[in-house]
Design a protein around this ligand. Structure first.
Ligand code: ZN
Length: 74
């Protein structure tokens, strides 16, 4: 990952945080994998630790949340 990718990922994370705070995201029952990691309700991959630190109630990984918000805008 180069510096541009890191900058884009950071910007996307802050955008997700701002959008989620503004929308007051509905709480979803958290789902955990057998290893105890919170998993995304769409792709079932572990949700990024940084995302959960910023958004403890996040139900989707950053990628799926981005796709979900794109679908919601249409
Ligand atoms: Zn996902």
């Amino acid at each position: 990952m180069d510096i541009v990718d890191t900058a884009n990922a950071t910007a996307e994370l802050f955008m997700d945080i701002a959008l989620s705070a503004r929308k007051n995201v509905a709480k979803v029952t958290p789902i955990y994998n057998p290893a105890g990691a919170r998993i995304c309700i769409d792709c079932l991959s572990p949700i990024e630790k940084g995302r959960l630190a910023a958004l403890p109630n996040a139900a989707r990984c950053a990628h799926c949340q981005h796709l979900h918000e794109q679908r919601s805008r249409k």
